[in-house]
Design a protein around this ligand. Structure first.
Ligand code: E4P
Length: 220
């Protein structure tokens, strides 16, 4: 399963590229806003960080646009800014039409805000390169997310669609494990979620036990 960072903070992106050999990046309007920089400036800086790599970077079109032709127009502009950019489009009838048109033009898309297998199917049928089911949001409302990812993965496999699942809005290590076992191709989460998932209190305790043993052992 590929590891994507969900962020638009350049220091976080640099850290995860350097330490984890990040496989790709996802952004959304919230992350762009949290960066504290104007939209164009931040996406240019992000593009620069990925130059010369084949790592995908999802950048969302203006979410106010509900007309497919305008989504396509903005998607084309974004795709011209960097070969790494994948155009993120909200799941809707207009969005699926835009995904179909962008795909025809050889532009990769990420169908975002996916909450049902039917939406995932529409996006896959339209040619979406990535599908982003939002795990954390669904779990907040008591839905089973493991089953959701299992069903999306099975639908893709059974009907031989090429779209890859990016399990998104991941909040903790348990959800990373759940989506990995359920067959997500990629996972995207914030920096702290990944850092937390690398540690465990037993590991800290065990290191102390071993350090004490090391110190108590004569060295020669
Ligand atoms: C995924 O591509 C989204 O950017 C992301 O996971 C949205 O959810 P969040 O901001 O609530 O984590």
């Amino acid at each position: 399963m590929k590891l994507f960072l969900d962020s638009a903070i350049t220091d976080e992106i640099k850290h995860s590229l350097e330490y984890w050999d990040l496989d790709g990046l996802t952004t959304n309007p919230k992350h762009i806003n949290n960066s504290g920089k104007p939209f164009l400036k931040v996406i240019e800086e992000i593009a620069e960080l990925f130059t010369g790599t084949d790592k995908p970077v999802s950048v969302e079109v203006d979410p106010h646009i509900t007309d497919w032709e305008q989504i396509v127009e903005q998607g084309i502009q974004l795709s011209k800014m960097s070969p790494n950019f994948v155009v993120k489009v909200g799941a809707s009838e207009e969005g699926f039409k835009a995904i179909r048109e962008l795909t025809k033009q050889g532009i990769r898309t990420n169908a975002t805000l996916i909450f049902s297998v039917a939406q995932a199917w529409h996006a896959a049928r339209a040619g979406a390169y990535f599908l982003s089911p939002f795990i954390g949001w669904k779990e907040n409302y008591g839905d089973s997310t493991t089953e959701f990812i299992l069903e999306v993965a099975e639908m893709l496999e059974r009907h031989q669609y090429d779209s890859q699942i990016i399990a998104a809005a991941i909040r903790n290590a348990r959800q990373i494990a759940d989506v990995a076992l359920a067959g997500a191709h990629c996972v995207t989460a914030g920096l702290v979620v990944y850092q937390d998932s690398m540690q465990n209190p037993y590991t800290v305790h065990g290191e102390k036990v071993f350090q004490d043993a090391w110190d108590a052992t004569p060295k020669s």
